[in-house]
Ligand binder design. Sequence first.
Ligand SMILES: NC(=O)c1ccc[n+]([C@@H]2O[C@H](COP(=O)([O-])OP(=O)(O)OC[C@H]3O[C@@H](n4cnc5c(N)ncnc54)[C@H](OP(=O)(O)O)[C@@H]3O)[C@@H](O)[C@H]2O)c1
Length: 257
Amino acid sequence: MSSAVPSRELEGRRILVVGASSGIGRHLGLLAASHGATVAFAARRASLVQEAATAAGHGSIGLVLDVRDPESCEQAVAEVVDAFGGLDDIVYSTAVDKLVRLADADFDAWRDTFETNVFGASLVCRAALAHLKASRGRAVFISASLTGRPLPGMSVYASSKAALEEMVRGWRAEHPELAFATVRVGSALGTGVTDNWDRELMIELSATWSSLGYVHDNGPGAPMTAEQAAEVVLLTLTSPVWLREVTVVSDPGRFDG
Ligand SMILES: NC(=O)c1ccc[n+]([C@@H]2O[C@H](COP(=O)([O-])OP(=O)(O)OC[C@H]3O[C@@H](n4cnc5c(N)ncnc54)[C@H](OP(=O)(O)O)[C@@H]3O)[C@@H](O)[C@H]2O)c1
């Protein structure tokens, strides 16, 4: 796998990737391992995280984790530390993205989104805190470039990403000895994030997104691949500590007016 990531910095790092059964998290874990890191691939689907760990090699492991369950977060971090003898970095790639208009978003939609995208991120970070301190480690959280300008039908998701970003700033303020970063990713193809979308609603909303300048098939607004998004996340993980908030732009409409 070719990349601009300097392998020296990843050699021997012990990284927990949460949300690593598919998409950006999976690619990130494989890329990190190809540069010498040992990776714990965590998510709910056991067979997929196990398959990713086997493909990654370098002593990597697969872990079953449901971030909506606080005990599961504690348990997963304990298992990583037990297996690797410590933990250097965490990457939080987990998210659900419900396609739903605000007028149709019920309590369950809000709860599932915030439990998965925000609460779980803080609970994993909390469980890993002592270990990150011991290794002067890093935590990188994946957000979305639509924060600040939510697409119609994606406001529940966008709200959770805005909350995630503020939560990360809070962690940074309370623990200046550690490095926390957020990477806002634009549209990335080849992931599972849209698997549960209502196709009819998506077609309906697509026309609005186009008129707002969010959808581009090619040119500067074209979607990136999951591999490209993973590379930027990994560069953030290996960057100087002052790199705190990064936006990987694939929607130039965000900067209109
Ligand atoms: N793809 C895009 O266009 C795009 C754009 C902007 C931002 N992002 C962000 O990029 C990150 C990765 O998303 P992706 O596009 O790669 O989507 P994805 O393929 O669906 O990955 C999401 C991951 O989260 C895991 N997950 C979901 N619920 C979980 C739970 N309760 N406990 C543990 N793990 C859970 C999923 O695994 P299991 O189902 O096996 O648990 C999966 O591994 C997300 O933060 C997403 O918001 C993506």
